[in-house]
Design a protein around this ligand. Sequence first.
Ligand code: DAH
Length: 499
Amino acid sequence: MNPLRSSVLSALLLPGVVVVGTRVGLPVLAMATLRLSSSSSFFAYQQQKVGLTAPQRPPSSFASPPPSPPLVVCSIPDRHHLPSSHSSAEASSGRISLGFCTRQQSWNRNLAVVAAAASVTEVGGGGSSSTISREEVVREDDPTNNVPDTVFGKIGLQLHNRESHPLGILKNAIYSYFDETFPGVFHKVDNLLPIVSVKANFDDVLTPPDHVSRSYNDTYYVNADTVLRCHTSAHQAELLRQGLTHFLVTGDVYRRDAIDATHYPVFHQMEGLRLFTQQEWEAAGMDGTALAAQELKKTLEGLARHLFGDVQMRWVDTYFPFTDPSYELEIFFQGKWMEVLGCGVTQQQILCNNGCAGTTAWAFGLGLERLAMVLFDIPDIRLFWSNDSRFTSQFKSGQLGTKFKSFSKYPPCYKDISFWISEEFSENNLCEIVRGIAGDLVEEVVLIDEFTNPKKGKTSHCYRIAYRSMERSLTDDEINALQAEVRQQVEGKLKITLR
Ligand code: DAH
C-alpha cells in the first residue's frame, strides 16, 4: 500500500486520526492500539464517564494497616538552579505540614529517603531534612483519607532522579532532545512534592467538578482538600504563575487502579509546556492557536523520532479538560499502534487565570513507564521498583534502550475468590486490599467470571489472583496465608458476601 493511500485510509477509517510518517505496507484494518498503563488517556477516557459516577468516599473501614515509622526526606544542598520560588528554602525548613498543603512545596533535587525503621537506609545523606510522617499521609480513622501504607512507602523514592535507572535514563534522553532542539530554553523541574491541593490537581486545570477522576475510587486523597497528584499537570498553573514560559516537570504520580503487568498505583510522568507571544504568531503569519498546534506537533514528532527512531506516527483527536484542541500521539512500534502522550493547545482560561493573558501555549504529558517498558523491553511494571541488582545492574546512565534480559521467571500461583457484590463494590478497592497484603507479590487480579442470579437479584464476581515473585519462588504455605488474609479483609472491608 502506498503511503498516501495508507494515510487516506486511516483517516477514513478512524475519524480524528491523521497519519504522519511514511512507512509503507501497514495493514490499516488490522491496526490495534496498544494501551499501556501510565496512560495519558486517563483524562481523555474519563470524559466518557463524566456524570455517571458521583465522587465516592471510601468506606471508613477501608484502610487499617499496621503503623509504620515516619519517612524522613533529607535534602542535600542543591547543585541545580531552580526558579526562585522553587528554592530549597521550603524543602529545608523542616517538617512539611500537610494539613496546610494548599500550595506546592519543593524538594531539593537530591532528596534522600531515610526510613526510620529497623532497616534504616540513608541515600545520599547530609544537608537538612524535611519529614513527612506516615500519620500525616495515612489517616486510618479519617473517612476523607484513602492512602494505604503501600503507597505512602513510595513517596520520596524518586526513581526518575536515579541516573542509571531506566526512568532516569529516559528522562535524561528527553531532556537531551529539548536541549539540542531549544538550547537553554526549557526549564526543568523534577523535585516537586507529590502532595498537592485538590485545586492544583483538578480546579486549576479546569477538571469539571463532577469529573470521575476526582472520585475516591480513582484518586488518593490525604484529606478532602489534598491529594497525591494524579498527573504532573497539577503543576502547570503554579509554574505559569512563577513566570516560567518553557518548562518540563517530571515526577511520580498516583492513581488507584487495577493490578496487572502494566498498572501500578505509582508511576511517573513528564509534563511540558511552551508559551507563545503575540509577536511570535504575528511573525509567523498565523493565529496564536494555529502556531501553538503546529509547533506542538513538530516538537513532539521530533521527540518521538529521538526516542524511537524513524517510526510511523499518527495524531488522534481526543479530549482533555485543559486543552483545546487536544490530541494523542501514537507510534507504530513492534507491530502495534502505541499511545505515546497526550497534548494540546492550552485552554485560554488557564493562561488568563495564571498571569499569561495575551499568550497561547502548547502542553503535553507523557507516562515514563509505558515508554520505558517498550524501549528497554521491561515486561512487568513492578520491576521498576526492584532493588535486585540483577535488574538494577543492567542499566547505565546515558544508555537508552538497553534491552532487559530476564534473569528468571519464577512460577505464578493462581488463587480464585468469588463473592456476591454490593452496589458500592469497586474493583480498585479490591485491588488495594490485595496489594496491601501481598505487595509486589501480586502480579495480576482479573475478573474471570460474572453472573447475576435473577431470582435473588444479586451479582457474583470471581477474580483470579496471580501471585508471583520476580525474585524468588513462593511457597504454598506463604501463598495460602496471603490468600486467607485477602479473603478475610475483603469480607470485612468491602461489604461483599464470600461464596
Ligand atoms: N494530564 C494528562 C493525563 O495524565 C496528560 C496530558 C494531556 C497533559 C494533555 C497535558 C496535556 O499537559 O496538554 O492524562
